[in-house]
Every structure is written in structure tokens, then in C-alpha cells.
Design a protein around this ligand. Sequence first.
Ligand SMILES: NC(=O)c1ccc[n+]([C@@H]2O[C@H](COP(=O)([O-])OP(=O)(O)OC[C@H]3O[C@@H](n4cnc5c(N)ncnc54)[C@H](O)[C@@H]3O)[C@@H](O)[C@H]2O)c1
Length: 338
Amino acid sequence: MSFQNDTVLVTGGASFIGSHLVEELVAADADVRVADDLSSGETDNLSAVRDEIEFLNGNLKDRSFADRATDDIDRLFHLAADHGGRGYISNYPANCATNMALDNIVFESAVQNGVEKITFASSACTYPTDIQQERQRLQEDMVSFDERGGAYADETYGWAKLMGERSLQAFHDQYGVDASAVRIFTAYGPRENETHAIVALIAKAYAEQDPYQIWGDGEQTRNFTYVKDITKALRLANETITDATPVNAGISEYISINDVADAIFAELGWEPDSINHMTDKPVGVRHRAADTTRAKELLGWEPEYTLEKGLAETIDWYTDHRDKDYVRENLETLLHER
Ligand SMILES: NC(=O)c1ccc[n+]([C@@H]2O[C@H](COP(=O)([O-])OP(=O)(O)OC[C@H]3O[C@@H](n4cnc5c(N)ncnc54)[C@H](O)[C@@H]3O)[C@@H](O)[C@H]2O)c1
């Protein structure tokens, strides 16, 4: 992959996924600019590369700031979004709806400033929810803009991401800009916050919460995908796909929340006396995993991290960076506010 000497903008680059991507682009000798309002991102996430990047702090819904961010840029990775874990997107639907404005302002600004390639961080939440009650791996064409009833996205957040894809397709069709949309599935890894399932489960175990709380019956599954596999898919899509075709970035295994919790207890060497399954909490769809055929065909992408390896790295990072007493005292806030 060659990003050498390209000027690259990462919107939302101070985020969990964004900061990993920024580090990789810097390592690939790109000239990287980050534009982020730090609403959920943190400058600490960029500490390893802070001196090697340009950082712009501002709200990309402000068109003049977006124009400053996209000025003199070759490639754009658009990751900025109002977003959090399941509890966040269920409780803040209006915040998530504002992503429709954000995406369009960024795309229009980029196109008018002559950006050549745009990659959009889309989501598995674009897929119809009703087909995720049973185990069936999600294929990109299970969402359709061309058939009546072809879309039934997951909450306002999912609809906004789907509209982001639709807009990007329109910008490609009308202006010819190279475009790609990567449907990210349940990422996890260092720097993720506690509103997301795996880090929430790690935080509760680290704080030795007992009875240990699991949202739902714990038999709901996700295809937890390590962040480095996600960023690789984003980079490959930016290089390879030009016509806004969406592509999945997610593993194809179904992993239950109960199994993840057991793996976390084993890694931390602690387990609770009892588990309280909280069936009143929002849990989202029943089963979710990706079909990776298109990612293999178009990008040559395959995930490299096993859950064991990714979990070990995430737990190491978490216990190194978070004080146990702080997590104990602030657990409820950490789990709900991004
Ligand atoms: N984490 C996942 O499992 C997952 C799954 C699917 C899609 N995604 C998408 O990937 C991207 C990154 O997500 P993440 O989980 O790493 O963290 P995140 O959702 O916290 O990242 C969003 C970033 O955008 C910034 N931001 C938000 N609104 C902004 C605005 N108006 N102007 C400028 N910056 C703004 C935030 O400060 C943050 O750094 C998001 O677009 C998210 O929707 C993530």
C-alpha cells in the first residue's frame, strides 16, 4: 500500500479507530491532517504521532471549518460521527441523526476542494435488523436502494450511515470522485471507550463487579473484529475501490457475549460469584456476523487477529491505562456516556 507523500485527511482521527488509522498512515509516510472536535475523541489517542501530524480542532458541521480541513488534500477518510455503543445510540437518536448533515457537509466540501478519493466509515447498522434474528452472514447486497423495502436499518444511527453511503454514491455519480464505503462491524481494541461491549465487559471485570452485569441474556452474538483488521480494510478500500461499492470489514464468526465474558475472566484471572443478566437493557439485534467474500475479492482482505490475541492486547492496554479505583467509582458514567 502506498500513501507516501499523499496528503491525507482523517476526520474523527482522534477517535478509537481513527487514531490507529492515523498511526498507520504516518508510518506509510503520508502527510496526515486530523480534523476532530474532540466530542468523543481524545488528543491522548494521538500522542505517539502528535508531532508528525497537523491537528485541527473544530466542528465539521461548520462549513468554513470543513473547507479548511479539506483544503489541499488528496485522500479523505471520513470517520467523524456522533456515535457510541448500543446504550448511546439508543438514548441519543437525535445526536446520531445529525450525522446526515455532517456527512454531506464533509463530502461537498471535499469534492469542491478537489479531494480525489473519499473513504467513508459506514457500519453494520446499515443492514436490515429483521434478518439478524437468525444466524445468517450479512452480505453487502442485503441492503438495497433499488428495491422497495430493501432497507430496514438499525436505529437512527444505522439509517444515518445508510444515507451517508447513499450521499457518497451520489457525489461519485455526479462529480466522479473516487469513493468507497466500509461497513465496520463491532470493532474492539485499545482506546475504545466503555460504552462498547467488549471494553464495558473488561471494565466491569477489572472493577470486580459482583454480581457481574451482562446486558440481555448474553446469548446474543457479535463478530468482534480487532481494530487493526478494520484499519487495514479502510486503507485497502481507499486504494482499491473507486465506485462507492460498499464492503464489509468484520469477521464471520458469531461470538456470544457470555463467551466473551468468560474469556475476559480467564485473561484477568478473576471471576464473579454470580452473573446478573439484565434483560431490560438495550442489546440490539440477536446475531451479527459478516460475509467476507466481497472483501476478499475486491481488497484481498482477511482478518488476521484471533479473539484471544485481540482480547489480550485490549486488556493489557486497559489495565495499563485505567486506574482500578477510578473505574470502580465511575463505572456507571463510563458505561453510559461516551
Ligand atoms: N466502533 C465501532 O465498532 C464502529 C462500528 C461501525 C462504524 N463505526 C464508525 O467508525 C468511526 C469511528 O468510530 P470510533 O468507534 O472509533 O469512535 P467515535 O465514534 O468516538 O469516533 C468519532 C470521532 O468523530 C469526532 N467527531 C464527532 N462529531 C464531530 C464533528 N461534528 N466534527 C468533528 N469531529 C467530530 C469525535 O470526537 C470522534 O473522535 C465512526 O464514524 C463510527 O460511526 C465504528
